[in-house]
Design a protein around this ligand. Structure first.
Ligand code: GRF
Length: 192
């Protein structure tokens, strides 16, 4: 059985990290077994740290505030990922801009809470909620030099209903993320 190794990067709550661990870690699929070989977090107090520990994986903390530049931080990230042996890196709520140094060295995918190419950047949920569009959704895309601009791999959408409260909108976004991200990672890896 082929073992496919992944690394997961996160910054905060870690609900997507938890879904990835629950659905994929040490799970056997038709063509492979998936192993999460590293979880990496840039914030020493992130709630997701405990979620990773619950699966027996001690997160690697790479605190961005301790690095003089984005490049120096990315060099540390790349070193940790390469050392882990991961062939695919999943950005699951990882809130840092990455430099070309990262994208040149690491094959990574990112979860973004809008229907790209609309609403790139850090305010996607609010912007798509406030837009006149009748649908909203989420995207998973390859990480490229351009922020939220790499090739789209998968998307899922829903219809906004009249008077939909922001809390319901946000909850719907997260529910779709929790389904689509593990499924997409599995589909990318579980191939002949
Ligand atoms: C998700 O909505 C993700 O799309 C966004 O940050 C959130 C992370 O949530 N970029 P969590 O840490 O996985 O709970």
């Amino acid at each position: 059985m082929v073992i496919k190794k992944i690394a997961i990067l996160f910054s905060g709550t870690g609900s997507n990290l938890e879904k990835l661990l629950a659905f994929l870690h040490q799970q056997t699929f038709e063509h492979c077994k998936i192993e999460v070989v590293a979880t990496i977090c840039n914030r020493p107090n992130a709630a997701g740290i405990e979620k990773s520990r619950a699966y027996g994986i001690e997160p690697i903390i790479i605190d961005h505030t301790r690095y003089a530049s984005r490049e120096a931080f990315d060099e540390a990230l790349v070193e940790a990922i390469v050392k882990s042996g991961a062939e695919l890196t999943v950005l699951a709520g990882f809130m840092r801009f990455l430099t070309p140094y990262f994208t040149e060295h690491i094959k990574a995918i990112n979860l973004h809470p809008s229907l790209l190419p609309l609403f790139k950047g850090g305010n996607a949920i609010k912007e798509s909620f406030e837009s006149p569009m009748k649908v909203a959704g989420i995207s998973i895309h390859y990480v490229s030099e351009e922020l939220d601009g790499g090739e789209i791999i998968a998307q899922r959408c829903f219809e906004k209903y009249e008077g939909m409260p922001f809390e319901d909108f946000e909850a719907k976004i997260h529910a779709l993320e929790h389904e689509l991200l593990p499924e997409t990672v599995k589909n990318l890896l579980n191939r002949n």
